[in-house]
Design a protein around this ligand. Structure first.
Ligand SMILES: [Zn+2]
Length: 113
């Protein structure tokens, strides 16, 4: 098995743990983007929705999740922090977009190279 597949599988296993954790905390989660095509990444880059052409979404090692509380979509970093910190506790390779410097991306969870 290639090392990329190993990384992708470890990432997805952590995502499953994250979803269970968030559910237990009372969140309702829905899935957003996981894999992103290079063409789509270029559109996001050109329109400012992404700041990189080296996104972990291109490697299937990032996911965007929608967080709902009482039926309302939540973007507030501080409200989601507990889940973000749990994500980073699962692996030293895990990064939560809520902790990004500059371009904060609260719904984004990724595994670094
Ligand atoms: Zn993302």
């Amino acid at each position: 098995m290639s090392s990329l597949v190993t990384e992708q599988a470890a990432f997805l296993l952590d995502v499953s743990r994250l979803v269970q954790f968030a559910h237990a905390e009372g969140w309702v989660l829905t899935g957003g983007e996981l894999w992103r095509s290079p063409e789509q990444q270029e559109i996001y880059f050109k329109t400012g929705r992404s700041k990189t052409m080296n996104s972990n979404h291109l490697r299937r090692c990032a996911i965007d999740l929608n967080f709902f509380w009482n039926g309302k979509l939540i973007w507030d970093k501080e409200l989601i922090r507990t889940v973000g910190e749990y994500w980073e506790s699962l692996s030293p390779k895990n990064r939560w977009g809520g902790n990004f410097k500059g371009f904060v991306d609260v719904p984004h969870f990724e595994r670094m190279h």
